[in-house]
Design a protein around this ligand. Structure first.
Ligand code: 6PG
Length: 471
């Protein structure tokens, strides 16, 4: 019997494209989907003379794989993934490799690793980024879990991922849930960059009165410079896209309510759990939540006071120039917070993450791929424990030169009532980080006042409590 050397479970578009990608690199791929109809359609539409083996039961799927089996699970995160694993694990043998390529929560991955270990199954939580196109032509893969399992699939993964300026964009990032954790923070940064771009669009639109095609020129120019990245590239294409029915830019016909599947929220929840300040990423999640209050916002628009969004006495070219710096600083802040979270999580969870390696894996294939990752990787190569990107060049010099621009853009936005929560949070984070004495002394005093929570002093050792008033 012809056996496959790779198997994919789950034939939604990501699973299909990854199966085709692996097959295209001279592998025979067995595929299985819970509903047989999808497998049939996939084979009918895509198989042609390809080395794909359709299977219609998990038992058959497992039997068609050469050992040790190499299985990639592309199933919806959460209960559906557990449901497949519950059936799959009993069918496998010691040494078989299972990779979960979905956006699974890192806690789920850790639980599943423990389960797999009981049977000697090598389990990998692999974050896969790049969307449908990336899955077919070269995603970025962030792997974590059993290293031995990674060694067995490394060759295949290196062939199917995007080839970046510094090698294939996949890596074993650490034990346990390291891969899924890194992917989660990737998505947190993704949320923050997307929101930054959206805020810039709003300023250009409502502040300067620009049309989408004009904005496409602005973003296009930025994308040819230091901000070159996938998210800017697609924004230019989106802004230029005309709706066939109305002849208007399609973006203006899209409901302004952002959805989310959860990874940005998890990233923020984890930042809170480990005590890392990642306010810019958190704000991106909250901005989506605020956007979802569409009907309330529509009502409040007629009720709550605010200034006219249209800028007066603002030179368009000057504003666009400063906006570039404001956007750049905000984007760098999002990366800075994300990397800091990874470093803190790595310490707490024992991942042993190498930030420069994470930057390398993000250089191509993934949604946050960007030219900026070149200097970011360099910074972490110089100092892997660098606590804050802006402490090193070239980021320090850029901040010195352009923080005034960020302040000016935010001030203009505030003057005209255009919300810029991400830019605000980035600036506040930067100002907070560089403030040697924050007003947290007053918080401590308040805590001690009402709860006898005690405080420390700056002029002597020890823990103190004060009876703040006569009882
Ligand atoms: C990627 C993306 C992807 C993401 C979805 C939607 O790296 O390819 O991050 O994994 O989960 O595009 O995310 P939201 O629905 O949460 O915006």
């Amino acid at each position: 019997m012809n056996r496959a050397d790779f198997g994919v479970i789950g034939l939604a578009v990501m699973g299909q494209n990854l199966a085709l990608n692996v097959e295209g690199k001279a592998h025979t791929v067995a595929v299985y989907n819970r509903t047989a109809q999808r497998t049939r359609e996939f084979i009918a539409q895509k198989a042609g003379d390809k080395s794909l083996i359709p299977t219609y039961s998990l038992g058959d799927f497992v039997n068609r794989l050469a050992r040790p089996r190499k299985i990639l699970l592309m199933v919806k995160a959460g209960a559906p993934t557990d449901a497949v694993l519950d059936q799959l694990f009993p069918l496998l043998n010691k040494g078989d490799i299972v990779m979960d390529g979905g956006n699974s929560h890192f806690n789920d991955t850790e639980r599943r690793i423990s389960e797999a270990e009981k049977q000697g199954i090598l389990y990998l939580g692999v974050g896969i980024s790049g969307g449908e196109y990336g899955a077919l032509h070269g995603p970025s893969i962030m792997a974590g879990g059993h290293r031995k399992g990674y060694e067995a699939v490394k060759g295949i993964l290196e062939r199917i991922v995007a080839q970046g300026p510094e090698g294939p964009c996949c890596a074993y990032l650490g034990p346990s849930s390291a891969g899924h954790y890194v992917k989660m923070v990737h998505n947190g940064i993704e949320y923050a960059i997307m929101e930054t771009i959206a805020e810039a669009y709003d300023l250009l639109k409502r502040g300067l009165g620009m049309r989408p095609v004009e904005m496409a020129e602005v973003f296009g120019g930025w994308n040819r410079g230091e901000l070159e990245s996938y998210l800017f590239e697609i924004t230019v294409k989106i802004l230029r896209y005309q709706d066939a029915e109305t002849g208007e830019p399609l973006v203006e016909r899209i409901l302004d309510t952002a959805k989310q599947k959860g990874t940005g929220k998890w990233s923020t929840q984890s930042a809170l759990d480990i005590g890392t300040p990642a306010p810019t990423i958190a704000m991106a999640v909250f901005a989506r939540l605020l956007s979802s209050l569409k009907s309330e916002r529509m009502q409040a628009e007629d009720t709550l006071p605010g200034p006219d969004p249209k800028f007066v006495d603002v030179d368009r070219d000057t504003f666009i120039k400063e906006l570039f710096f404001a956007v750049s600083l905000t984007v760098i802040t999002a990366y800075a917070q994300g990397f800091r979270q990874l470093q803190d999580a790595s310490k707490e969870r024992g991942y042993g993450l190498e930030p420069s390696e994470v930057a390398r894996v993000w250089m191509a294939g993934c949604i946050i791929r960007a030219k900026l990752l070149v200097p970011i990787r360099q910074a972490f190569r110089e100092r892997s424990d660098l606590p804050m990107l802006f402490l090193l060049q070239p980021f320090l010099a850029f901040l010195k030169e352009h923080h005034v621009g960020l302040r000016w853009v935010i001030a203009k936005a505030h003057d005209h009532g255009i919300p810029v929560p991400i830019m605000d949070s980035a600036l506040d984070f930067l100002d907070g980080y560089r403030t040697g004495r924050l007003p947290a002394n007053l918080l401590q005093a308040q805590r001690d006042f009402f709860g006898a929570h005690t405080y420390q002093r700056i002029d002597r050792e020890g823990t103190f409590h004060t009876q703040w008033e006569e009882s």
